[in-house]
Design a protein around this ligand. Structure first.
Ligand code: SER
Length: 619
C-alpha cells in the first residue's frame, strides 16, 4: 500500500488519475446547497443532477462540453451525529472523491478504473477487496468477473437498501435520477471486526469497510413509483476520503492522521488533557465539528435558529460542551480555524481568505453559549434529579433550547448519560408552535375562542385591557383569567395546555389594521417551580379585552398568578415595516401624484404589502 503519500498528494492522485482519463477536474460545490430539498450538499453528484437528466454539461470557467468530470466534494451529513467520534465511519463533514460520466462511459470503465486506481496506483492487496452489487444487476456481475477479472466468490448481491442509490429509492423515492450501485469494500482484518462479521454488510464491526460506491445512474423514478430509463447512462461514484486516508495509513480512523491531528493536538495543549485515541471522545468530536463549522461559515451558512444555520449553531454548541467537559472555560474553538486551515487549506483555497470572518463568527457564538452553559447544565441536572419517570417531557427539552440555548442533541446526550430518554415528538410540537408564533401564523380564533358571555363577564369585572406596549415590552402583570380548550374559564393550566390568557395591563399589541399581533413569552415563579407559556398570537375582542393565545410549556399557571410578560423582538421588525408603509405611501404620492390612496396593507415581521390606487401600471 502507498503509505508514503501525504494527504494532499493522495487527493491529487485521485483527481489526476481521472484527468488522465479525460475528466475535467472541477471545483467542489458550496456546502450551502442550491437544492431546496437538502440542508447541505451531501454528495458529489448533487451539483450535477441536471446533467444526468440530459442537460449539456458545461462548467463555469472552462471552455467546451465535458461529459467526464472529477471532484473532491465538501459534504455534510448529520443523520448519525451521535456516532461521530465513536467510529471510523461517521463524520459530520467529510470529503467525497468522485468521478462522473454524463452519458459517456458506463459500468465497464467505472469498475475497471476503480479497481486499477486501488490496486495499481495505491497498491491495495486485491485479496482484501470485496465487491457488492444490486441483486438483479447481472450486467455488473459480468463486468466484475469477466472484464475486471474478480473471482465470483468475492461478489455478493444485496437489495435496494444496500445497493441502490439513493438507498431504497425503488420503494420509497425520492423521484429523479437513481440506479443500482456497486460498492468496493476493504477487509481490515479480524482485529477490527465483530464475531458476526463475515463479509461486507454483515455484523456490527468495522472490519469490512465500504470505501467506494459506484452508482450506475440509469433510471428516472416517476411519481407513480415506476423506473423509466434515463435518456442516457451515467456514472456517479463516491469514495469516502477520510476512510481511504485511514485505511491506507493502517490506522484505526482518520483522527490519527493529519486530517485531524492539528486540531486534536491544540485541544490537548489548551486543556492539558492528553489525546488517547478512541477513548478521547471530546477531542474527536471537537476536531470533527470544527471542520464542519469552518467550512459551513466560509460557504456562507451562519449559525441561526433554523435550517442549515441551526445545524451550524448546534455543532458549535456541541463542540463547546465537549471543550467544557475537558475543563476549558474560555472560548477557544475559534482558534482551531487555523488548524483546520493547516489540514485543509491547500485543497480548499477559499478557507484562508475567510479565516478572520469565520473565527469571529465562531467566537461570538461560543461566548454566547459559554455564558449560559453553566447555569444550563445545573438546570438540566436539577430537572433530571426531580423527574419521576425516565422520559423527559419534550416541551421541557424545548424550553432548555429556548432559555439556555441547549440544542436537543446536548440535552439528549446528557440524558443518555443518566439513562433518560427525551420525548422527541413533544419537542417537535413545542418547536413547531414557537415557529408559528414567530411567524404569526396562527390566529387566536382558529385554535379556539372564549365564549361570548365569558368575555362579557370578564369585561364587566376587569374593564378593557390597558395596552402599555408602546412604552414597555417587558412588564410584570397578573393572569386575571384563563380560558381552556373547551372555551370555558379554568382555574389553572398545566404543561402542554393550550389556553387563552387575559392579562391586565399587557405589553402585547393585538392584531389590528393589517398589523399582526405580538408573540412572546409569559413567565412565572409560584414559589415551588418556574413556569413558562409561549404566546402565539394576540387579538382583541369587541369588549376591548386582549386575548393572548398561548401554550404552557413548563410548570402550571393559576388564575391570579403574578407573571412577567415579554414581547418577542419581532415587533421591532413589524414596526419597521409599519413605518415603511407610510414612507412608501408618501413616496408614491410625490412621484405619481396626490391621487395615490392606500387601499390596504399587510405588515409582518419579514415583509410588507402596500395596496394603492393609481389608474395605470407603473413602469
Ligand atoms: N451518490 C453516491 C453516494 O453518495 C455516490 O457518489 O454514495
Amino acid at each position: 500500500m502507498r503509505t508514503d503519500l501525504s494527504i494532499n498528494e493522495l487527493r491529487q492522485l485521485y483527481l489526476d488519475f481521472f484527468k488522465e482519463r479525460e475528466h475535467l477536474i472541477y471545483t467542489s460545490a458550496s456546502l450551502d446547497s442550491e437544492d431546496p430539498t437538502l440542508l447541505f450538499t451531501a454528495a458529489g453528484m448533487v451539483q450535477f443532477k441536471p446533467y444526468f437528466l440530459g442537460a449539456t454539461p458545461k462548467f463555469a470557467g472552462f471552455d467546451g462540453v465535458w461529459h467526464r468530470v472529477t471532484t473532491a466534494q465538501k459534504c455534510i451529513r448529520i443523520n448519525d451525529i451521535e456516532n461521530v467520534g465513536r467510529t471510523l465511519r461517521h463524520h459530520s463533514f467529510f470529503e467525497m472523491m468522485g468521478n462522473f460520466s454524463f452519458g459517456d462511459y458506463f459500468k465497464k470503465e467505472a469498475a475497471a478504473w476503480a479497481w486499477e486506481f486501488l490496486t495499481d496506483v495505491l497498491k491495495f492487496d486485491p485479496e482484501k477487496l470485496y465487491v457488492t452489487i444490486y441483486e438483479t444487476d447481472d450486467e455488473a456481475f459480468e463486468v466484475w468477473t469477466k472484464h475486471v477479472g474478480i473471482p465470483a466468490e468475492k461478489i455478493s448481491r444485496w437489495g435496494e437498501d444496500e445497493n441502490f442509490w439513493p438507498a431504497n429509492a425503488v420503494s420509497d423515492g425520492p423521484n429523479g435520477p437513481c440506479g443500482p450501485c456497486s460498492e468496493i469494500f476493504y477487509d481490515r482484518g479480524p482485529e477490527f471486526g465483530s464475531e458476526d462479521e463475515v463479509g461486507p454488510n454483515t455484523g456490527s464491526g468495522d472490519r469490512f469497510i465500504e470505501i467506494w460506491n459506484l452508482v450506475f445512474t440509469q433510471s428516472d423514478r416517476q411519481e407513480d413509483g415506476s423506473l423509466i430509463p434515463l435518456p442516457q447512462n451515467n456514472i456517479d461514484t463516491g469514495l469516502g476520503f477520510e476512510r481511504l486516508v485511514a485505511v491506507i495509513n493502517g490506522v484505526p480512523d482518520a483522527y490519527a492522521t493529519n486530517l485531524f491531528q492539528p486540531s486534536i493536538q491544540k485541544v490537548a495543549e489548551v486543556s492539558g488533557v492528553e489525546y488517547k485515541g478512541q477513548e478521547s471522545l471530546s477531542h474527536r468530536v471537537i476536531a470533527d465539528h470544527i471542520r464542519a463549522v469552518t467550512f459551513s461559515i466560509s460557504d456562507g451558512v451562519l449559525p441561526t435558529n433554523d435550517g442549515a444555520g441551526y445545524i451550524v449553531k448546534m455543532l458549535i454548541r456541541r463542540a463547546a460542551r465537549h471543550a467544557y467537559l475537558l475543563g476549558i472555560r474560555e472560548a477557544m474553538l475559534y482558534t482551531l480555524v487555523d488548524n483546520v486551515i493547516e489540514s485543509m487549506g491547500e485543497a480548499y483555497p477559499e478557507l484562508e481568505p475567510a479565516k478572520e470572518r469565520v473565527a469571529g463568527v465562531i467566537k461570538t457564538e461560543e461566548e454566547l453559549f459559554l455564558k449560559t452553559l453553566e447555569s444550563g447544565i445545573r438546570r438540566v441536572n436539577t430537572i433530571f434529579s426531580e423527574m419521576d419517570g425516565k422520559e423527559l417531557d419534550g416541551a421541557v427539552a424545548f424550553d432548555l433550547w429556548q432559555t439556555y440555548g441547549f440544542p436537543l442533541d446536548i440535552t439528549e446526550e446528557m440524558a443518555e448519560e443518566q439513562g433518560i430518554t427525551v420525548d422527541r415528538a413533544g419537542y417537535e410540537a413545542a418547536s413547531e408552535l414557537a415557529k408559528q408564533a414567530s411567524k404569526g401564523e396562527t390566529s387566536t380564533d382558529s385554535i379556539f375562542a372564549a365564549q361570548k358571555d365569558t368575555l362579557g363577564i370578564l369585561a364587566k369585572e376587569h374593564g378593557e385591557t390597558e395596552f402599555v406596549g408602546y412604552e414597555e415590552t417587558k412588564i410584570k402583570a397578573k393572569a386575571i383569567a384563563i380560558v381552556g380548550k373547551d372555551s370555558d374559564l379554568v382555574e389553572a393550566a398545566k404543561t402542554g395546555d393550550e389556553i387563552i390568557i387575559f392579562l391586565n395591563p399587557t405589553p402585547f399589541y393585538a392584531e389590528s389594521g393589517g398589523q399582526v399581533g405580538d408573540a412572546g413569552t409569559i413567565d412565572w415563579d409560584n414559589g415551588q417551580e418556574e413556569g413558562r407559556a409561549i404566546v402565539i398570537s394576540t387579538a382583541k375582542s369587541p369588549e376591548g379585552l386582549v386575548k393572548h393565545t398561548a401554550k404552557v410549556i413548563k410548570g402550571s399557571l393559576r388564575t391570579g398568578q403574578g407573571i412577567t410578560a415579554t414581547v418577542d423582538l419581532r415587533r421591532q421588525e413589524i414596526a419597521k415595516h409599519h413605518t415603511a408603509t407610510h414612507l412608501l405611501h408618501e413616496s408614491l404620492q410625490q412621484i405619481l401624484g396626490n391621487h395615490v390612496g392606500q387601499a390596504g396593507s399587510l405588515v409582518e415581521p419579514e415583509r410588507l404589502r402596500f395596496d394603492f390606487t393609481h389608474p395605470k401600471a407603473l413602469d
